[in-house]
Ligand binder design. Sequence first.
Ligand SMILES: [Zn+2]
Length: 383
Amino acid sequence: MPNKMDPAALTADLVRCPSVTPNEGGALVLLESLLGQAGFECTRVDRGEVSNLFARWGKRDAARSFGFNGHTDVVPAGDEAAWSVPPFAADIRGGMIWGRGATDMKSAVAAFVAAAVDFVSDTPPEDGALILTITGDEEGDALDGTVALLDWMDVQGEKMDVCLVGEPTCPNHMGEMMKIGRRGSMSAWITVTGVQGHSAYPHRAKNPLPAMARLVDRLSSHVLDEGTDHFDPSTLAVVSIETGNETTNIIPATCRATVNIRFNDTHSSASLSEWLQRELDQISDAFGVAAEMEVKVSGESFITPPGPLSDLVAGAVEAETGVVPQLSTSGGTSDARFVKNHCPVVEFGLVGQTMHQVDERVEIAQVHQLKAIYTRILKDYFV
Ligand SMILES: [Zn+2]
């Protein structure tokens, strides 16, 4: 198949759009125009200060639909003086495109847009639809991005049967890893309150610190699980303990601690919250202090069990790279945590070594390789 739309040139064009979250920066305008010309029906789904793009080729009620999801927003460049190149110039050096968003993830958006555009012009699938959901809010709060697109799709009766998220998934070498799920993430802000007093008369005070020390020791030494077939063991990290007390003659009234839990599919945020609450109650009883917490959930754990979708993607990766990708659930969260409520979802993208770093860059050859993989996935899915 002729390599008509150049995914590397499109990557460079996108890097030149300064789309620091939540600014659209011209990136979605560019994609909307390219996709519109290629026969995709495009709708801007904007919510709050965020811009998103929905694009469908084929009929809404097509027998089969394949979806790609990605984001064009990027994290800030940070200290621009620390960069070897201007962060939004898309300089080409040493066979690489340099700039913010080059790996995370304008290159993957360019690769799936190029693959989709060429695919529908070369081998338009009969009774099939391609759906691209591209958000401008993944790196920010992610409240008005993919969530807004999926909400809008529900209302409109738009449906993806399966979806591939193009986040960078390979740690070192192209093709070595895809993601079939992600661990959940939640944080708890814990406050233990006693009675303030003079440190020379500790019996007249109620010191919250020993209670907190016991609590964080219990929490951090607890084995949450041993891992499952597809997940590493869940982890709890104590990330802060503070009293703000700078004196030596006062026992403070309160102590605060923060913990972050990354959990697999043997838990839910609800079951973990219950466990934390039981631990707090015990400490409260044992020490005669008050122990309270506030919980924030970033995402539940999820998995798309190995099956037709992971086989499809893994097969295309192997055919194009010669590498059999590992099916992983490692790493942080991504928008796949929202897409999983809509349809089966897996993630495959480039090597993510320089994402969010100064001098973020991507190998041009890898961008072409990624387009070839995405093209093969579409062929194998529809043909
Ligand atoms: Zn990303």
